[in-house]
Design a binder for this molecule. Structure first.
Ligand code: ZN
Length: 262
């Protein structure tokens, strides 16, 4: 919003004044300092966008790690379901083995002519039938347990799906942001090339060195006698030089170029 307002204000002012960032300095400023100030504003925007761009892969990774907890919860719930299902299957197999034995014993019992053998087999059949009954009881218990663990898996899967949707949206948004930043950077860099062509090489070189060594800004405002870069009060000579406005004035503490606002 502020950018739009600034753009509309600046569009009314002829170059190079049109490139002066809002608020317009009211105190006279050397044209070269004006140019450098505008360049600095572009450079700071470029740097900030480059930082944003560099941070995007990390943001994508961070978004993806949000899935980890939900994935772990799904794995736990799934393992619980599988465990119960496997136990039921084993009980089933055990019961089936005993049922087969019962059929075999009944066949043998039917075939035997010896009373004792018939009686012993009868006892075995009863024992196996009791086993089958017990196994079936256990199976019913496990079936009930399965019904209670299955919803946990369903809930965990639903939560994972919801998180994944959010993460996918976030990643898509970040990809979109990358494209936008890259396009903006191309524009700003192109603008910068044009801008630099109109600046004297010597002050431009000085500006480049300052930007490199200071990291944040080369041109700073002097406010109430305090340097906007190092926040130290400048000496009166520096203040006078600024007011005279005949040559570039540097902060004697940090070496940044100063400008003053009325
Ligand atoms: Zn300073």
């Amino acid at each position: 919003m502020r950018d739009e307002k600034l753009a509309s204000v600046l569009s009314l002012i002829p170059y190079p004044l049109s490139l002066i960032p809002y608020p317009l300095p009211l105190f006279p400023m050397l044209p070269v300092v004006q140019q450098l100030l505008v360049l600095q504003e572009r450079d700071q925007r470029i740097r900030s966008l480059q930082r944003d761009l560099k941070e995007i892969p990390n943001l994508k990774i961070r978004a993806a790690t949000r899935l980890a907890d939900d994935e772990a919860a799904v794995a736990v719930a799934r393992a619980r379901v599988l465990e119960v299902e496997l136990a039921i299957k084993n009980l089933d197999l055990d019961a089936q083995t005993r049922r087969n034995t019962i059929v075999r014993l009944k066949d043998q019992q039917f075939a035997t002519r010896k009373n004792e053998e018939f009686r012993v087999m009868g006892l075995e059949i009863v024992r196996y039938e009791k086993d089958v009954h017990d196994l079936e009881d256990k199976e019913i218990e496990l079936m009930e347990k399965l019904e209670s663990v299955k919803p946990e898996l369903v809930t965990a899967l639903a939560k994972l799906a919801a998180t994944k949707k959010l993460v996918d949206e976030e990643v898509a948004e970040l990809t979109e942001r990358t494209k936008h930043i890259e396009a903006r950077l191309v524009d700003l860099t192109t603008e910068r090339v044009t801008m630099v062509q109109s600046i004297d090489p010597s002050p431009f070189g000085m500006y480049e060195r300052l930007m490199k060594t200071k990291g944040d800004s080369a041109i700073v405002m002097l406010e109430n006698g305090i340097c906007g870069g190092c926040h130290v009060r400048v000496v009166s000579g520096t203040m006078n030089s600024l007011k005279l406005n005949e040559a570039i004035t540097y902060c004697e503490q940090c070496g940044r170029v100063l400008f003053i606002e009325g």
